[in-house]
Design a protein around this ligand. Sequence first.
Ligand code: HEM
Length: 400
Amino acid sequence: VPQPPDILSPQFAADPYPSYRVLREHYPLHYHEATGSWLISRYEDVERAFRDPVFTTDNYAWQLEPVHGGRTIVQMSGHEHAVKRALVAPAFRGRELRTRFMPVIERNARELIDAFRDHEQAELVDQFATRFPVNVIVDMLGLDHSEHDRFHAWYEAVVGFFANLGQDPEVAAAGLRAGAELRAYLLPVIERRRADPGDDLLSSLCTAEIDGTRMTDQDITSFVSLLLSAGGETTDKAIAGMFRNLLAHPDQLAAVRADRGLVPAAFAESLRHSPPLQMIMRQTAAEVTLSGGTVPAGATVTCLIGAANRDESRYADPDRYDVFRTDLTTANAFSAAADHLAFALGRHFCVGALLAKAEVEVGANQLLDAFPDMDFATGEPPPETGVFVRGPHTLPLRFG
Ligand code: HEM
C-alpha cells in the first residue's frame, strides 16, 4: 500500500492527480495532520458533503472577512444563508443574463480580443482570461468602463492575499489595502444608487428585498468583493484550462471548431477534468459515516473536488479529456443536477455558474473565430500551478 499523499508537498503541487487516485483507492477518509482536516476524495462522499446539512460552512476555513470587510454568503449557513443568497441570486438567473448582461459579455470579449486580433502571438491569461471576468463584473455593476484597470489591480491584490496564505506580510497588507479601497470607492456609489436606482447589478443589490430584509451597505461591499475573487480567478482558470485542454488534443479542437455546438461539452468536460477550485472545506455538526469511515463531530473536512471529478467508479477513463464523453451530461450541467462537482452542489452551488458558462462560451467562440489557427507558442502545454485554485498561470499562444 502506498504512503498517504501530502496535499502540501511540492510533488502534489506539481501534479495532484496521482495522489488523488491513491487517496480514493487506499485512504478515502484520511486525517491530514498539517491542515488539521479530514480529506475526502470519492465522488459519493464529496457529493454527500455538499448536499447533507450536517456539513456546515459556519467555521469557514479560509479567513475571508479581513479582505471582504465582513461575512459573505459562502460562510453562512441555514436561514441566514437562505435569505442573503435569495437577495443576490435573481440577478444571476438565465433570463437576467440573456436580457441584461449578454451584450456586456459579448462587448467585453470583443474589446479584449481586438487588442491582439492582428498579432502573431498573445499570452491568453494576461491579455484575456484574467481581465475578461473582472471587466464584465465592473460593467454589470453599472460602473464606468474606465474603471476596468483599477478593478483589475484590486482583483490581483485580493487573489494574491488568498494565494499567499499569510506568508508574505507585504502581499497580505496589499490585499487588505485593496479590499479597503474597494469598499471606500463603492460606498458613495451605493448611496447614489439607493437614491436613484438604474438597470444595473449594483442597483439590483441596493433595492432587493425579501420579507422586509434588505442588504446593508456592508452586505453589498463584501458581496462585490466576493464577486471579484469568486467570479474572477475561477473563470480565468476555466478559460485558460479549457484552451490548454483543447490545444493538447488537436483532434478535439478541430471537432469543436467545426461544430460549435460542442463548446458547452468542451467547457463541462474541462471543469470535470481540471476544476479551477480543487478543494473546499466544510465542518461536521455531528458524527457522520461516509464510504471510507466515520468523521467525528466538530471536524474540518477538506472536500477534494479535483479527486471526486476523476472517480473511476463514476467516469470511464477519468484522466482522459474527452469532449465526446457520454458519462457527463452537458445540457443540464448548471442545474442542481450537475454531474461534475466543479461548481459544488446543494445550497452553496455556485451562484455565478450560468454567468461563468456564458462568459466562457462567448469568449471561446470569439477566440475561435478570430484565430482560425492557434497553437502553444512553445509547442508544449504550459504547466498548471496552484493547490487550492489550479490552472495554467500563463498560456502563450501563436497564431497562424
Ligand atoms: C460558490 C466554483 C464562477 C460567484 C462557488 C462554489 C464553487 C464555485 C465550487 C462553492 C463554494 C463553497 O461551497 O464553499 C466556481 C467556478 C467558476 C465560478 C469553477 C468558474 C468556472 C463564478 C462567477 C461568479 C461566482 C462568475 C459571480 C460573478 C459565486 C458565489 C458563490 C460561489 C457568490 C457563493 C454561493 C453560496 O455560498 O451560496 N463557486 N465559480 N462564481 N460562486 Fe462560483
